[in-house]
Ligand binder design. Structure first.
Ligand code: NAD
Length: 334
C-alpha cells in the first residue's frame, strides 16, 4: 500500500484556480516547495500580479528556509481551467467566496482531472457539503483553508466528511506538511471553521469596546499585539491558562477564575457592522496608520511574521534537540 506521505512527495504539478490575494500566495509557497504551478484565472492582469507577488514573497520564503528545490519560474498561466488541472496531482481552488462561482468551476473541471488528484478549496466560510453538490463524485474534494498570507502563516484547516474518499484527507495533510504548513482537522462542518470563528469572536468584542468608548481603535489593537497576541503565537489559550494556574493545573485555574469569566462573558457585546460603526472603525484605523501606505504596512506585517517564525523555529529546534540547559531555561521562564 502506498502511504499518504510517499504520495505527497510525488506531487510535482499543482493547479491553482484563482490567482488573487490567496492564489498568488499559494503559488509562491508551492513553487518554493519544488512544485511546478499551473494557474487559471479569468483576468488577463493576473499573470503580472502573481509574478510580482512571487518576486516579493521569495526573499521571505528563503529567509524561512522554505525553498526546497524551488524555482520561481516554474509557473504557467492558462485561460481555460481544464488546462490548469490536467497535469496536476493537487489542485488548490481560490476563486471568490461565491458558491455559484465555485460550483460552476468544479463542474467544469471534474472530467479533466487525473484520477488521483486531490482538490482543496481555500473557502473561508462555505460548507464543504455546499461545494460537493457540484460534483458527480465529490470524493476528492476537501477544505484546505489557509490564513492570509498562506506562504507565511503556517495554519491550514482541513475538513473532510462522509462523502470524501478514503485517504484523500491524509494525502492533503501530507502535502501541506511537505510545504511547511501546520494542519488541524475540523471535525464538524460549521460556518467559518475554527480559526475564523475565534477571530470573529475577538473582533466582535474589539468593536464593542470601541463603540462603547472604552478604548480607541489604536489602543484596542495595541492591547492585543503588546499583550495576549504575543503569547498566542507561542501557545493557545488553553495551554496559556493552564500555565496561569502556576503549575496547579487547568482544573484549579477553572475553579479559581470561573466566576470572573462568567461575569465577563455576561458583559460581552454584540455589535453590528452598520455604516455608522464602519465609519467609526475607518476613522480609527486611519489615525493608527499615520499616513503610512498599504505597501509599507504589509511589509511591516510580513517582516515581523518572518522574524517571529524564525525565532519560534529556533526554539523548536532546541526543544527537539532536547538540550537540557536550554529547555530548562525555557520552561522556567514563565
Ligand atoms: N483574503 C483572505 O484573507 C482569505 C483568507 C483565507 C481564505 N480566503 C478564501 O480564498 C478564496 C479567494 O479569496 P481572495 O481573497 O484571494 O479573492 P480575490 O478576489 O483576491 O481573488 C480571486 C481571484 O479569482 C478570480 N476569479 C474571479 N471569478 C472567477 C471565476 N469564476 N473563476 C475563477 N477565478 C475567478 C479573480 O480574477 C481573482 O483573481 C475565497 O474563497 C476566500 O474565502 C481568503
Amino acid at each position: 500500500m502506498i502511504e499518504a506521505h510517499d504520495r505527497a512527495t510525488d506531487i510535482e504539478v499543482v493547479g491553482i484556480l484563482g490567482g488573487g490575494t490567496i492564489g498568488a500566495s499559494w503559488s509562491a509557497l508551492f513553487l518554493a516547495a519544488g512544485c511546478e504551478v499551473h494557474v487559471y484565472d479569468p483576468s488577463p492582469e493576473v499573470e503580472q500580479y502573481v509574478r510580482d507577488y512571487i518576486e516579493h514573497a521569495w526573499p521571505s520564503l528563503d529567509a524561512l528556509g522554505m525553498i526546497d528545490r524551488g524555482d520561481p519560474d516554474r509557473i504557467r498561466f492558462f485561460s481555460d481551467p481544464r488546462q490548469a488541472v490536467t497535469q496536476a496531482q493537487f489542485v488548490q481552488e481560490s476563486v471568490p467566496e461565491r458558491i455559484d462561482f465555485k460550483r460552476e468551476l468544479f463542474t467544469g473541471i471534474e472530467a479533466a482531472l487525473p484520477p488521483d488528484t486531490v482538490v482543496a478549496s481555500s473557502s473561508s466560510g462555505l460548507l464543504l457539503g455546499e461545494m460537493q453538490q457540484a460534483w458527480k463524485d465529490p470524493g476528492r474534494l476537501v477544505l484546505g483553508h489557509p490564513f492570509n498570507p498562506p506562504h507565511l502563516i503556517p495554519l491550514v484547516e482541513l475538513l473532510a466528511n462522509e462523502r470524501t474518499a478514503d485517504g484523500v484527507l491524509e494525502r492533503a495533510e501530507a502535502f501541506y506538511a511537505r510545504c511547511g504548513k501546520v494542519t488541524i482537522r475540523v471535525k464538524k462542518e460549521v460556518p467559518a471553521h475554527v480559526a475564523n470563528r475565534l477571530q470573529a469572536a475577538l473582533w466582535r468584542e474589539a468593536i464593542h469596546l470601541v463603540c462603547q468608548g472604552v478604548a480607541s481603535v489604536e489602543d484596542v489593537d495595541k492591547a492585543i499585539t503588546a499583550g495576549p497576541g504575543l503569547r498566542w503565537a507561542v501557545m493557545g489559550p488553553h495551554m496559556l491558562f493552564n500555565l496561569g494556574s502556576g503549575g496547579h493545573g487547568m482544573d484549579v485555574f477553572c475553579e479559581r477564575f470561573g466566576a470572573s469569566f462568567h461575569r465577563w462573558w455576561d458583559d460581552l457585546g454584540a455589535p453590528q457592522l452598520t455604516t455608522e460603526v464602519a465609519t467609526m472603525l475607518s476613522a480609527g484605523v486611519r489615525a493608527e496608520e499615520r499616513g503610512r501606505s498599504f505597501t509599507s504596512l504589509s511589509w511591516e506585517r510580513d517582516a515581523k511574521i518572518v522574524e517571529a517564525l524564525r525565532a519560534l523555529k529556533r526554539v523548536d529546534r532546541l526543544l527537539a534537540a532536547g538540550e537540557p540547559a536550554a529547555s530548562e531555561r525555557i520552561t522556567t521562564a514563565r
